[in-house]
Design a binder for this molecule. Structure first.
Ligand SMILES: NC(=O)C1=CN([C@@H]2O[C@H](COP(=O)(O)OP(=O)(O)OC[C@H]3O[C@@H](n4cnc5c(N)ncnc54)[C@H](O)[C@@H]3O)[C@@H](O)[C@H]2O)C=CC1
Length: 293
């Protein structure tokens, strides 16, 4: 099975490249700029066709959530038009697309965990551009899995785990928002789940349960609880530690508005694909230890 993933150095693409090496019979090819530039739709179809995928994984995106407020045209070009082109390329080749989306398609006003049929209402340009991407992907290729994930961290790229460990090396105390709730999700786990779903699609040509799925770490957290767990893991591993002070979102203004509750229920993914994410604490410990080495 040959998986072609967009976004060569992204957290999910890097994790898939690593996971592919552990699975005999699976080949993961990552493609990215300049050969494939989602902001230049002309570069997408031929580059994906040349990589000869059995399944396309659409993981590249404009992910700078705050900067997107100032660059809505670029965010939509990449996350909506570009994502649609990737799905179209897969459709032309007669193969499925697994597209990554986000919890930020929700406004955060729900009291419980969001399920796939809940109404979307993004609060940010990034969230709106990703929602438009979901619609473009679904329109371009009926054989799609849209996997909405959340709060992604890994040993690769930029993410919250690395930021906390870096700050703790210089400070005694870090202020972190305590009133936004979600599911921290390791890109290593996303890669495992994507490989699992891809094998199901590849092995069962009559698979029919295409559509939207939520896929996030098991268990919930707020950002300050997530930070404490990262730093406590660091301390017992001999790494830096700092006190975490709870603050409110209003005390940490950002350009983009974020949902207060973006918890996702991953029950549909578990029941269709028979795959459950580990508890977020265990996955966080594994990634924090790797970052510290
Ligand atoms: N990072 C997070 O916390 C979350 C991410 N997601 C989604 O998961 C997916 C994967 O995210 P990550 O791996 O964390 O992202 P990342 O930011 O680590 O990687 C994104 C990749 O896309 C590439 N890219 C950006 N613009 C491009 C363009 N015009 N053409 C080609 N490539 C381009 C970047 O170079 C980078 O390699 C994305 O679709 C993202 O929207 C969803 C929820 C949360």
């Amino acid at each position: 099975m040959r998986l072609v993933v967009t976004g060569r150095e992204g957290q999910v693409a890097s994790s898939l490249l690593e996971a592919g090496q552990r699975h005999p019979g699976v080949e993961v090819i990552a493609i990215g700029r300049p050969e494939l530039d989602l902001a230049k739709p002309d570069t997408v179809i031929d580059t994906i066709a040349a990589a000869k995928p059995d399944i396309v994984v659409s993981a590249a995106a404009y992910t700078a959530v705050d900067q997107a407020e100032d660059e809505p045209d670029l965010a939509f070009a990449v996350n909506a038009v570009g994502a649609g082109k990737v799905a179209e390329a897969a459709a032309q080749l007669g193969v499925p697309v697994i597209h990554l989306s986000t919890d930020y398609v929700f406004d955060g006003s729900a009291s419980g965990a969001y399920v796939e049929t809940d109404a979307t209402a993004p609060r940010s340009v990034y969230g709106a551009s990703k929602l438009a991407g979901e619609q473009a992907v679904a329109a371009a290729n009926p054989r799609h899995l849209i996997l909405r994930t959340a709060w992604v961290y890994s040993p690769f790229g930029k993410n919250f785990v690395k930021t906390m460990l870096r700050l703790a090396a210089d400070r005694d105390e870090i202020s972190v928002v305590a009133d936004q709730w979600g599911n921290p999700t390791s890109a290593l786990d996303i890669a495992d789940a994507v490989l699992h779903a891809a094998a199901t699609l590849h092995g069962n040509k009559s698979f029919a349960a295409f559509g939207v799925y939520h896929l996030a770490g098991t268990g919930e957290a707020n950002w300050s609880g997530f930070a404490r767990h990262i730093l406590d893991t660091s301390r017992v591993s001999g790494g830096p530690w700092a006190r975490v002070r709870d603050i409110a979102t209003m005390d940490y203004p950002t350009k983009a508005r974020r949902p207060a509750n973006s918890r996702l229920s991953s029950a549909k993914f578990a029941s269709v694909f028979g795959w459950n994410a580990p508890d977020w604490r265990l996955s966080t410990e594994a990634v924090a230890r790797r970052v510290l080495v």
